[in-house]
Design a protein around this ligand. Sequence first.
Ligand code: F1P
Length: 346
Amino acid sequence: MTMINTFTRQEILSQPGAWVAALEILQEQRVGLQVFNPDRYSQVLFTGCGSTYYLALSAAALTQALTGQPSRAFPASELWLSPQTCYTAGRTLLVAVSRSGETTETLRACQAFLAEGRGDLITLCCYPDLPLAKMGTFNLVLPSGQEQSVAQTRAFSSLFLGTVALACLWSHRDDLFDSLSRLPEAGKRILEKYASLAAELGADEGLDRFYFLGSGPRYGLACELSLKMKEMSLSHSEPFHFLEFRHGPKSMVTSKALVVGLRSSANAGKESAVLEDVAALGGRILTMGEESADRGRTVAFRSGLDEAVRDVLYLPVGQLIALERSLSKGLNPDRPTNLDTVVILS
Ligand code: F1P
């Protein structure tokens, strides 16, 4: 099979190297970031738009799970236009994530947050000279996530890693923080081992719909992988919390459906049972997780890392499936239909 090269493919494959560079910066900024411990605030809010909103969903779930402090995520447009539905009384720590650092809704939300004196702002982006990277009480820039493509892949995973590092630091889990250095090697191995599976599934003309299931911090990642499938390959795709799939969405299962389970170890049995139900209905299944699955296709990380820090490993193979499907449909994954790299409102 000839491999068509695109910026998106390079960005997906180069993620492990980008993570190494991002982790060096996080290590350097470690002491400065520890200052913003969530126990100093009434709540932590994460925000972004599109991909970075999905990142915020995962980051909030992980931060609350590790620190025990209330953490939620909102699209930046909601913080900006409906602040009363987002903020509670007391000081807020707002973590604003944006690849570009210039998405209007994110800037407006942060400007209003600062003007109203609601608390401290941490910004997280990939470009140092753009507006968001100058607005925060603390600005964390991870340039190794920068990319040419419209659809985020390397930027998403690098910025997500930044929020995983924050959750480790804020929960005083130095052991978890130090273990992040093992992720690039695991990511590289997974990409090498499963690139051919991604190519096979991406080129499969027998598939016409995709569902991504993930719970806890993995729900935001399921949303992001579903978005990749839409943006790059113009395919019908939806994300769900794992057990929610039985409550209606399973009506859509046919032999042309691929259900991708971002399976946890903690709830592996209950989540596998959902995928068993899909298989019994005639749907196809792909299980991604630390251990291999008994049924259907499987991506096994075998990272040996704690469940809390290894979620970034779900991304590369899912991104590759979207890329391969885009190419096999004759589309250009670097330039998704109707999309711009940044949404700037007048
Ligand atoms: C967010 C975003 C992207 C999306 C599209 C428009 O940008 O919604 O996720 O793919 O290109 O912008 P950013 O604020 O993270 O730069």
